[in-house]
Design a protein around this ligand. Structure first.
Ligand SMILES: [Zn+2]
Length: 114
């Protein structure tokens, strides 16, 4: 099935990642492009959405913390409201990788089920 507006192929939840979603931006064009292509499997999460962040381990390359992701995982999509249906507060692991090649120390974070 394809989107009636942009004719792109719909994703697994049968909606269009380009037209049907409220824009969520990382303020970084490269990252936004990656996120857009991988939606709904990859998304940009604001730091404020994590509560009770607790450092578990830290090393030269990065750190791992646990946290509660307040909105939670996408479990479905409500087409009428154009809204994700989420799992609610979920315990997750936050992996932060220090980027030594960049003086601004940009980090890539990975969120995975805990
Ligand atoms: Zn579309």
């Amino acid at each position: 099935m394809n989107c009636s507006k942009c004719h792109e192929e719909l994703n697994v939840y049968k909606f269009c990642s380009t037209c049907d979603l409220p824009p969520r931006t990382s303020k970084n064009k490269k990252i936004d492009k990656i996120i857009k292509e991988a939606q709904p499997f990859l998304e940009w999460i604001e730091y404020e959405e994590f509560n009770g962040i607790e450092l578990i381990a830290e090393g030269g390359f990065g750190s791992v913390s646990k946290a509660i992701w307040s909105s939670g995982y996408v479990i479905n999509f409500n087409k009428d409201q154009r809204k994700f249906i989420r799992s609610g507060p979920s315990l997750v692991a936050l992996k932060m990788i220090f980027n030594s090649s960049n003086a601004n120390s940009n980090t890539i974070q990975e969120v995975s089920g805990y």
